[in-house]
Design a protein around this ligand. Structure first.
Ligand code: NAD
Length: 372
């Protein structure tokens, strides 16, 4: 019988990208053997590695490869020292990241934020605010709102002053489809959705609240609450354990998901998935760690590969339906953390059980935990 085969475009990018993507590919090849499917992995340049090879942050061949693949495993792009040397529309984050989101209609961004009890020290909140552990999923709309709305321009007025314009736009269908993702995710979790808006000030907020409330009626087992974004920013710090699924429009989600990330102690622990429309059984997805290229630690074997490895697990689950393999990766990460293995970002010298390791050793340990 022919093995189930999935095509992955692996775009490592810049900074720590190549180091952490290498570890994720190592882990994927371990589960591939164990769970009896085949991953056809093709690597291609993106970001500054794309510019250096072809002059473009998203080279034509890289885009073609993505189109011919079932999913993208992405590292990260951008180098602060070099970004300013080229026009902003050619810079890696705009020219590659935003372009790929648009190209593949990646409208739903999922960021699970978990703080395992062994890493309580890495959380900036006091122990009593952490309760029995923080475990939330931020569902962010990714292709609409202020980041894409037109007009988007800077113009010079008659008096010589500059004026910048960004436009926030959402239609009913855009809100509906992201709300469905949130409610479906909540069905598999603790069955609670907190929808974030600014309905007291923004027209967009009023529409957002109406549409989300209508969608909720199709999910009677899920409880819906609404919260203004300014209060949500505060509640994340005061009582993060009240959140299960947090549903946000694009800009609010961008900001709140980074705030939530801080609760987990390190960007190096946080995976993400960006999903397009499901067609038949297939959901094209783009999987990347929450952090950036971390130039301060790049090339030193210091980066935490766990965010990238958990992103690969999300790919197996959301795009390929390989739930057992995904769970094996999640469990292996939990096991090495319980064993005390720590990269520098999550190391606590006060913890007698903790042992500091490098990027490669962490990837090896996770692979080994899967095979045994
Ligand atoms: P960053 O996320 O790269 O780094 C912030 C801090 O977190 C640094 O101290 C870094 O060492 C640490 N960190 C991040 N990932 C880590 C990991 N896996 N292990 C251990 N520590 C980790 O953010 P920044 O410094 O603001 O940005 C650096 C570059 O990355 C910029 O050019 C920015 O534009 C780009 N960036 C790209 C993406 C992306 O490709 N999706 C996202 C964010 C930033």
């Amino acid at each position: 019988m022919r093995k189930r085969t999935y095509k992955i475009a692996a775009l490592a990018g810049d900074g720590i990208g190549p180091e952490v993507v290498r570890e994720a590919l190592k882990v994927l090849s371990t589960v591939e053997d164990k769970f009896g499917f085949h991953l056809e992995v093709n690597e291609a340049p993106v970001g500054w590695s794309g510019i250096d090879e072809t002059g473009k942050a998203l080279p034509d061949n890289t885009l073609e490869l993505c189109r011919a693949s079932d999913s993208i495993l992405f590292g990260s792009v951008g180098l602060p020292d070099r970004d300013a040397s080229i026009p902003k529309e050619e810079r890696p984050e705009r020219a590659a990241l935003l372009a790929l989101r648009k190209e593949f209609g990646l409208f739903a961004n999922l960021r699970p934020v978990r703080l395992p009890s062994e890493l309580a020290h890495a959380c900036p909140l006091k122990a009593e605010r952490q309760g029995d552990g923080i475990d939330m999923l931020v569902v962010r709309e990714l292709t609409g709102g202020m980041y894409f709305g037109q007009p988007k321009t800077t113009e010079t007025l008659d008096n010589g002053e500059n004026r910048a314009i960004d436009t926030m736009i959402y239609s009913t269908s855009e809100i509906e489809r992201i709300a469905h993702v949130a409610f479906q995710s909540a069905q598999l979790r603790r069955k609670h959705v907190m929808s974030i808006d600014k309905a007291n000030v923004l027209e967009n907020g009023v529409l957002w609240r109406d549409v989300v409330t209508q969608v909720a009626s199709g999910y009677p087992e899920v409880t819906l609450e609404h919260m203004f974004v300014d209060n949500a920013a505060m509640q994340f710090l005061l009582k993060p354990t009240q959140f299960d699924v947090v549903l946000c429009e694009n800009m609010f989600g961008d900001i709140l998901s980074d705030e939530a990330a801080a609760l987990a102690g390190s960007l190096g622990m946080l995976p993400s998935a960006s999903l397009g429309v499901t067609s038949g059984e297939k959901t094209f997805g783009f999987y990347e760690p929450a952090g950036g290229t971390a130039p301060d630690i790049a090339g030193k074997n210091l980066a935490n590969p766990i965010a990238q490895i958990l992103s690969a697990a999300m790919m197996l689950r959301h795009s390929f339906g390989e739930n057992d393999a995904a769970a094996a990766i999640d469990n292996a990460v939990g096991a090495v953390i319980a064993q005390g293995l720590r990269t520098g970002d999550i190391f606590n010298s006060q913890d007698a059980n903790a042992r500091q390791v490098g990027t490669t050793e962490m990837g090896d340990a996770i692979s080994e935990a899967i095979s045994t």
